[in-house]
Design a protein around this ligand. Sequence first.
Ligand code: GLC
Length: 750
Amino acid sequence: MKRIVNQIFALVLTSLSLHLTSYAGSGNNSTSLIGVSSGQANAFVDSLLSIMTLEEKFGQLNQQRWSSDSVETAEYRTAIRNGAIGSFLGIHGAEVTRDLQRIAVEDSRLGIPLLFAHDVIHGFRTIFPMPLAEASSWDPDAVEKSARIAAVEATAAGLHWTFAPMVDIARDPRWGRIVEGSGEDPFLGSAMAAARVRGFQGDDLSAANTMLACAKHFAAYGGAEGGRDYNTVDISERTLREIYLPPFHAALKAGAATFMAAFNEIGGIPMHANGYLINEMLRGEWSFDGLVVSDYTGVMELQRHGIGATPAEVGMAALQAGVDVDMVSAIYINDLPEMVRTGKLSKTAVDEAVRRVLRVKVRVGLFEDPYRYCDPQREQTLMLAPSHLSHAREIARKSIVLLKNDRQTLPLSKEIKTLAVIGPLADDRWSSMGSWAAAGRPEDVTTVLQGIRNTVSPETKVLYAQGCEVQGSDRSGIQPAVNLAKKSDAVILVSGETANMSGEASCRSTLDLPGLQLELAQAIHATGKPVIVVLMNGRPLTIAWLAENVPAILETWFLGVQMGPAVADVLFGDYNPGGKLPVTFPQTVGQVPIYYNHKNTGRPSRDDDYFTSKYLDLPSTPLYPFGFGLSYTEFAYNNLKLSRATMKASDTLKVSVEVANVGRRSGDEVVQLYILDEAASITRPVKQLTGFQRIQVAVGEKRSVEFTVTADALALYNRGMKRVVEPGTFSVFVGGNSVEVLEERFTVVE
Ligand code: GLC
């Protein structure tokens, strides 16, 4: 069947002399075609819209999950032919997507191409460190490169759209999805969000190796009470705007083409029906012109939230709130045409949503060449390319955080005679990849044990024992592991969580090492051998005993396919760790929530004053603070200087500091800048991250690091919720973490 859309396309192109070459999503998120205005491109969309039936319109708003069930696939093929599905998730591959695209383009009445989406969160086939690990690198350029490579591989497999970056701020490590984000801080989270959007989308969304990003989950999903996934969120608008929204705004400023609504409610209004935040703020105040997709069955779940008695009611609530695409509920396609016919749902709302979907399809170039992303040749050659793997190792090394290294236990010598590697995660391929591993395969992974074996000298004996399981009560492996340790010169104890103990719906009521792993650690420690703990985990863990007793601890999270080489590079000194924690480690779960940018209160915690904000049974300090991480060398901070003692809101302030490497090997340091607004019309956090730079400093080198502070960094939402800079005195803190800092002050004047 001749594609009607071709005829319209040709008609519109010639009548508007529109040469649709490619789109360049510009920084301010306006859609600008090279050579024509978005208005002309919109004319094409309007022409197409004008001949679509109601069912075809709702078809564009209907997203289904591909199935392997033959009956369902037959039904899906028929639905595609009838124009009743606009996009799929859960399928990828150049051939299979070409096959489905052909049905849409050649067999349906209008020939509107399909979008194929997938959760490409931290790599497609080359799996990079989990986002929380990548955030520990504090290196946005390296993180952008991971997303770029992920897009190159994913688009080679027929994908146009990733449901990433996940930009949810998390202050509660019991929440399993903390692993998918960039930690507790809005400034670091914003830098990571923007980097990933740039990486996925590149600077030409119609190019065959770029894909639509999706800032998720809008909004405040990480604020779930009790750290329980999907749970109620009840926060102030100020906390929403100051803590949870900045990474979304950063993603939007970086050009994110799509957003995803969150499962949670905020203060009684489920996000999937939150017209204020989606239509008025995201689309109005922030001028977002892309599309909003529901989360998986998020539209249907509005009924469970209790804000609608029927599918049609909740479907209308979601569409009118600004949720354009219904992921998997099939309520839009099944229940809303009747609502339009009976006048209960305005055609305008439907047309607006369809326009946004069609515009996105124009932006990725599907109307020019619907098969642009279906190239089996690219798919064959690009996966796990050597340059992809070398970046995977580089970003993994940068993501490792050295938490403890007493008596310079690390690095170990590669010539060590006998090394025991113990622990249930040491050879766990699946866990090394972390959750949301897209098309990653366990056989692609080099585990910690393998990485160690590949690195030590041929004469070194590497002994391995599991010791115990990650979870479980079988003690029978502990003694054999102890016996092995006794025969060794040092022990690498790999402890933590399996990958499925964090991620979606994987929340824990405790942060302790699961199972018998602490007992195993204590038994190994009792042998008197030097024990180096390698943590593999998806969240901060309460490891006070380890922190107290073992001489060295590496935080390695889940580092992806190059986990083993990266960990071995650090263990044996081929790489000096420079990562910093993007999230606070509590001493006990009872301290949660505990985060660095807290308020002072009227009775700030003092151990020497009873009537202050603290616990009877525990100091109020964390086990490891936000921004913390050690190195195999040492850095000294001196000469913190401000370019001015007073400034107006319109001025800029230069902050400089000298960082000297006073140790015995070169290394990376993440220099962190924090500010405190000492007195304002509303209470302010005791510290706010306002800048950071990861720098390399050679032995004996002294580097001057400079930050520029502008009014935006000093602004707050006042009592009228207006964003303003108030005059007054500010403190400036600079250091290698959020606690050990140099301090200066300046004053903002009217
Ligand atoms: C899931 C997740 C979301 C993901 C979507 C599609 O429930 O909440 O992050 O993108 O479904 O897999």
